[in-house]
Design a protein around this ligand. Structure first.
Ligand code: HEC
Ligand code: HEC
Ligand code: HEC
Length: 357
């Protein structure tokens, strides 16, 4: 399709949607509010896909910051009492509002830094709409519970916690869905949805929303983009959350696998996740410390403090490697294992490390 035809089609589609919106206004003001929320939900979902493709390498999967600064941060997104703007835009002497601040940074980039300009005017790949979508996605972090606080006690709880974070935060599901309160919501109430459809059924409903429409709901409202916005592990966490939405930090059933089975599995997982690229199991030093004899040992961290390598420490070292760094090693371990591995996988790796004495 030629560029002009695509533009024309785009304009026609927009006009069509505007006409529909117009109908909604004529009918009922409440519907407008709903349509706007649905739009917003879709913008967030599109923004999530863009962020995932273009921004995570420098700003981190949760916007926690890597090469570039943290974007999922209160000093960027939340104004203190009595202030019109959060600290960071204020320090830069910004006069406009927060969305305009983010938009300007993304549109033009920051001269003299690694942050490129993303707008087409600046030679980048993103349209104005895509830039607004990614801004909507970043702003949505204001409502999100931070993934690392409060950290639920058990590993499974954390998975549901991550699902809750995704649901209410970056994926924007909560823009359209609620539990035990269908009022003012665009999509169906999701209470007990796993009980009704099973995990596979719910997964399909998320990946192919139009394939099996919930009775009484329109097609094409729920975004179809979650298939590529979500990793397998994120999906698992989301399903864990939908299974226990009442409380993402619910006490869950004990482990069914024996420690031995778990450890065997953990070795396979560690291998396929590439851990042995930096960690040995025979006591020799590689890019990272050896796993041999690690469990139960006292570790000296780069800030001079000491910590015992128990389950919690190992877990933290895998999901947030920079939080406690072993003295004498660089901060090179990937920050996104929490998304690449399920909680069961991480638990299995820990069981495996325990056997290396
Ligand atoms: C190659 C690395 C890199 C990529 C890719 C990147 N950024 Fe940045 N970004 C940075 C750096 C570095 C800064 C800090 C620049 C400065 O002010 O010194 C920054 C700053 C920002 C800021 C301003 C933050 C503040 O505190 O003022 C925003 C917003 C932002 N980036 C959004 C994005 C978005 C959205 C994308 C994807 C479309 C993206 N960035 C992709 C490196 C990157
Ligand atoms: C823009 C609004 C919107 C967003 C955002 C949205 N949904 Fe939906 N969802 C809907 C609508 C409308 C339906 C009913 C039509 C259908 O089945 O596709 C639906 C249906 C569903 C169903 C099937 C429910 C049933 O009873 O059969 C599930 C499960 C679901 N959504 C989960 C999610 C999850 C998880 C997310 C976030 C990843 C999400 N939705 C994001 C609007 C949305
Ligand atoms: C690119 C290299 C690299 C990869 C790949 C890597 N790590 Fe690491 N890891 C390190 C480095 C360097 C350290 C020490 C600095 C630190 O604590 O972050 C470390 C620290 C650790 C620690 C704490 C060790 C101690 O001695 O206290 C654990 C546990 C760990 N990694 C587990 C893993 C697991 C499990 C994987 C695979 C899922 C993995 N790492 C993949 C480089 C890596």
């Amino acid at each position: 399709m030629s560029f002009t035809r695509r533009v024309l089609l785009g304009i026609l589609a927009t006009l069509g949607v505007l006409a529909l919106l117009g109908l909604a206004i004529a009918r009922e003001p409440q519907r407008l509010a709903r349509a706007q929320r649905a739009w917003h939900g879709q913008a967030i979902a599109r923004g999530a896909a863009i962020f995932h493709d273009a921004c995570t390498e420098c700003h981190g999967v949760h916007g926690e910051g890597l090469v570039g600064p943290a974007l999922n941060a209160d000093d960027l997104l939340v104004a203190e009492m009595g202030q019109a703007l959060p600290p960071r835009p204020r320090q830069r002497g910004w006069r406009g509002d927060l969305p305009a601040y983010l938009e300007a940074a993304i549109r033009n980039g920051r001269v003299g830094s690694k942050m490129p300009g993303w707008s087409q005017q600046a030679g980048g790949p993103l349209t104005d709409q895509q830039i607004r979508d990614v801004v909507a996605f970043i702003l949505n972090w204001r409502h999100a519970p931070r993934p690392d606080t409060p950290r639920p006690a058990s590993l499974h709880q954390r998975s549901a916690g991550l699902g809750s974070y995704l649901f209410h935060g970056p994926l924007g599901c909560a823009e359209c869905h609620a539990f035990d309160d269908a009022a003012g919501v665009i999509g169906p109430d999701l209470t007990g949805v796993i009980g009704r459809k099973g995990r596979e059924g719910v997964k399909n409903a998320i990946l192919n929303p139009n394939a099996d429409l919930a009775p009484g709901y329109a097609a094409n409202v729920m975004p179809e983009t979650f298939g590529y916005a979500l990793t397998e592990n994120q999906m698992r966490s989301l399903l864990d959350y939908l299974e226990h939405p009442q409380d993402a930090a619910l006490q869950v059933a004990p482990i069914e696998k024996s420690e031995k089975e778990l450890a065997l599995w953990g070795k396979t997982v560690a291998d396929s996740a590439g851990c042995f690229g930096c960690h040995t199991v025979d006591g020799t030093r590689s890019d990272g410390p050896t796993f041999l004899g690690l469990y139960g040992q006292t570790r000296t961290l780069d800030d001079g403090s000491a910590v015992v390598a128990n389950d919690d420490y190992l877990y933290e070292s895998i999901v947030t490697p920079s939080a406690k760094r072993v003295a004498g090693y660089p901060d090179i371990m990937d920050q996104d294992y929490a998304f690449r591995l399920s909680d069961e996988d991480i638990r299995a790796i820990i069981a495996y490390i325990k056997t290396l004495r």
